[in-house]
Design a protein around this ligand. Structure first.
Ligand SMILES: CCCCCC/C=C\CCCCCCCCCC(=O)SCCNC(=O)CCNC(=O)[C@H](O)C(C)(C)COP(=O)(O)OP(=O)(O)OC[C@H]1O[C@@H](n2cnc3c(N)ncnc32)[C@H](O)[C@@H]1OP(=O)(O)O
Ligand SMILES: CCCCCCCC/C=C\CCCCCCCC(=O)OC[C@@H](O)COP(=O)(O)O
Length: 270
């Protein structure tokens, strides 16, 4: 009899563990499947709207992605909207924690703004095709010289076609509770086009999404848009200091808006 009473005490934690792991895989699977399906529906809409690859398709994509946050139990708290009210082209830079960043990106994406992404994304089925239709610029991260020339073309296109570009200067996803050192491409891009940089910071996801621990709870993400940094008159000589300055303002903002969050792995050293 006694053993029977103990059973629930053993089984309950096991059930809770498996259910949170189950929720993690379910939500991840659902997210990918839903985005693939949305992309499938959005492809013809984009083709009807623009007849092919065009940054204007980002309006349709943005509209189609907006509801996905509710399905995953996520909310965004955006501050600094006024800093996006800048005429003409600019480069947005933000930290990059997960593919969930796309939801925040779509929350604040200004008109005529596309992104720079790794070229592997083009093979992601319907999502890859929608990225291509949305004018996303693909770079080969393993070939710096190729990436540089694609970005030089992008600087020209920003001015010729009046487009804005969103770049993830960490160059990869990172969930270590701090920012990775920035790569230089975004800053060369802004200096070459002589356009401002608008830094955007996503608060840490570690209070609701932990890849290693297989946790994916509901949560609120703070998105802070910071004042633009001008690059007029700068040359490639100024890129390193521009990069350092941007890193410092973004890192302080990241730590400030993530302050209530436990930094499980501690800060990274540079
Ligand atoms: C409805 C349907 C639903 C569908 C859902 C999806 C819908 C839409 C999708 C939209 C959203 C998509 C979101 C996509 C997210 C994808 C995110 C990514 O893929 S992140 C990864 C790719 N991005 C990046 O890598 C960008 C950042 N990287 C860089 O900028 C890098 O600098 C580089 C790749 C250009 C070069 O890399 P690397 O060699 O490793 O870097 P450095 O150390 O920075 O540079 C080496 C030296 O080269 C100089 N340099 C760099 N760039 C330039 C340049 N453009 N011109 C001249 N010189 C350059 C740099 O200064 C270094 O020299 P040094 O002497 O040391 O200064
Ligand atoms: C038939 C192929 C199926 C592939 C399925 C993948 C589909 C992805 C589906 C839904 C997610 C939608 C958001 C897509 C955009 C997110 C891209 C992204 O975050 O790429 C990661 C990249 O920044 C860094 O990669 P690394 O960690 O450096 O490597």
């Amino acid at each position: 009899m006694d053993v029977l009473w103990v059973m629930p005490l053993l089984v309950l934690p096991l059930l809770m563990w498996t259910s949170s792991t189950f929720v993690f895989y379910f939500k991840k699977f659902f997210y990918v499947a839903w985005m693939m399906l949305l992309a499938l529906v959005t492809i013809p809409l984009c083709i009807l709207k623009s007849g092919g690859r065009d940054v204007e398709n980002m309006r349709v994509i943005r509209l189609m992605v907006r509801h996905v946050k509710y399905l995953l139990g996520l909310r965004f708290e955006v501050s600094g909207w006024e800093h996006l009210q800048t005429e003409g082209p600019y480069v947005i830079i933000s930290n990059h924690q997960s593919s969930l960043d796309v939801l925040g990106l779509m929350e604040i994406l200004p008109d005529r703004c596309s992104t720079i992404a790794k070229k592997e994304l083009i093979y992601a089925g319907t999502v890859g095709l929608i990225c291509w239709l949305g004018g996303i610029i693909f770079i080969n991260r393993k070939k710096t010289s190729d990436a540089k020339s694609v970005m030089a073309d992008a600087a020209k296109a920003m001015l010729d076609d009046q487009i804005r570009l969103w770049v993830f200067p960490e160059g990869t996803r990172n969930q270590r509770g701090d920012l990775l050192p920035f790569k230089k491409g975004a800053f060369h891009l802004a200096v070459q086009a002589q356009v401002p940089i608008v830094p955007v910071v996503f608060s840490s996801y570690s209070n609701f999404y932990l890849r290693k621990e297989k946790q994916f709870k509901s949560g609120t993400i703070r998105l802070k848009i910071l004042p633009k940094i001008e690059t007029k008159g700068m040359t490639s000589e100024d890129v390193t200091s521009l990069c350092d300055k941007s890193f410092n303002v973004m890192r302080s903002a990241f730590l400030e808006i993530s302050d209530s969050v436990t930094q499980s792995n501690g800060p990274l050293r540079h």
